[in-house]
Design a protein around this ligand. Structure first.
Ligand SMILES: Cc1cc2nc3c(=O)[nH]c(=O)nc-3n(C[C@H](O)[C@H](O)[C@H](O)COP(=O)(O)OP(=O)(O)OC[C@H]3O[C@@H](n4cnc5c(N)ncnc54)[C@H](O)[C@@H]3O)c2cc1C
Length: 367
């Protein structure tokens, strides 16, 4: 089969690699440089801490693939709640995760403080600790996936923006090329690309921000504060801290972080730890959202597939969903949960749905 994959981010490259490994002839078209979309701007958190069984299965598959590619760096993940409502939710999540066999446990604030003295645990009601979590380096992910895809026969055309002439033909600046199948993994642009062939996606775009601090002298886990709604991960000898999301127009947005985001985020780090780091660098990127928080990954027309709507979790799931999509394109058995196809079916919406992208951008999809 000849397959075009539009988008050279983690999802497009994972799909391309999985298709090549199954012996298909794959061309990746990337408008800019590989990883220039959300992938290259991601924090790199990667964990299996999902209370829903389908999500946990996808995460376990993805983590295994990242481990096989030597891209997964173990790093415990702690998430905390500061009020009774959030604490109840965290306890329920932990119980659900344990039922899925995920290596998590609840920690009291005292136990958390003993383990991580640099954390200020005052005001924390309960914490969850996921032991098998880790972090990824997005640039390494992109480079490795691209290298493996090329080794397996893929052609990668960068700086080549495309549009669709039909569901199975791709138009570059100077030619139209026909394929047996086309997979659009173009982030927020997926919506406008498939709109030209009459497919309407229930997809919204929001802008998320992150910063890296100057070096800090502390041993900390990856961390998510469910009450204050921000996260960090250790990155080399510094912290990468993120939140600050708001809905935006994917064609007109600011890739630089807002000054207000930087100030607020450093304040939050100071409140949650004994640290007072300065900001080294900060940026913004685009994430995609759907009405129910689950992605849009599957067939939308004869010969045409989409993969988008990751709700801020696309990097950590890319290899699992890429492999799933490859099987779907080739009409082979679904390698993941039998419930996944319905969960991610892009045609479960007709595209006319009214919804707010940021009702809860950090929720587990479907969870
Ligand atoms: C600040 C921030 C932090 C994040 N942190 C995490 C995290 O810790 N863990 C996690 O799992 N996820 C995280 N995410 C989300 C994650 O980055 C995305 O879900 C994921 O990268 C999506 O990958 P993708 O391949 O679908 O899209 P993208 O990486 O956006 O790739 C789409 C590609 O398509 C290309 N393209 C678009 N239009 C065209 C066209 N017409 N022709 C050719 N190419 C085109 C773009 O240039 C782009 O390279 C974060 C996102 C942001 C912004």
């Amino acid at each position: 089969m000849t397959v075009a994959v539009v988008g050279g981010g983690a999802v497009g490259l994972s799909t391309a690699l999985a298709l090549c490994r199954r012996g298909e002839s794959v061309t990746v078209f990337e408008r800019d440089a590989l990883g220039s979309g959300a992938t290259g701007r991601a924090a790199g958190l990667c964990y299996d801490a999902f209370a829903d069984g389908v999500d946990a299965g996808v995460a376990a598959d993805a983590l295994g693939r990242y481990r096989d590619l030597d891209l997964f760096e173990p790093q415990p993940y702690v998430w905390v709640a500061r009020n009774e409502g959030d604490a109840t939710a965290v306890r329920e999540q932990i119980a659900g995760m344990q039922r899925n066999g995920v290596a998590v446990k609840a920690l009291t604030p005292t136990a958390l403080g003993d383990r991580y003295p640099a954390l200020d645990t005052s005001g924390i009601e309960v914490a969850g600790l996921a032991r098998d979590a880790g972090v990824l380096d997005p640039d390494e992910v992109v480079a490795t996936l691209a290298e493996r895809a090329e080794e397996n026969g893929a052609t990668i055309e960068t700086h080549t923006p495309v549009s669709l002439g039909s569901p199975t033909s791709v138009e570059t600046a100077d030619q139209t090329r026909a394929f047996d199948a086309v997979v659009i993994a173009a982030g927020p642009r997926t919506k406008s690309l498939v709109a030209t062939v009459g497919v309407s996606l229930a997809l919204k775009t929001y802008r998320a921000q992150a910063l890296v601090t100057e070096p800090v002298d502390a041993t900390l886990p990856s961390f998510y504060d469910a009450t204050r709604e921000f996260y960090w991960r250790p990155k080399a000898d510094a912290l990468l801290v993120g939140d600050g999301a708001h809905e935006t127009d994917p064609t007109d947005w600011n890739p630089d972080a807002d000054a207000e985001f930087v100030t607020r985020t450093l304040d939050r780090v100071e409140q949650a730890s004994a640290l007072t780091p300065a900001c080294d660098r900060a940026w913004a990127g685009l994430c995609t959202a759907t009405p129910d928080g689950a992605p849009l990954a599957g067939q939308v027309a004869d010969g045409l597939w989409v993969a988008t709507g990751w709700q801020g979790h696309g990097l950590m799931r890319a290899p699992a969903l890429g492999n799933y999509l490859a099987a779907d394109v080739l009409n082979r058995p679904n390698p993941l949960s039998e419930h996944l196809p319905d969960r991610v079916d892009p045609t479960r919406f007709d595209g006319s749905e009214e919804f707010a992208a940021l009702d809860d951008p950090t929720r587990d999809w479907g969870g």
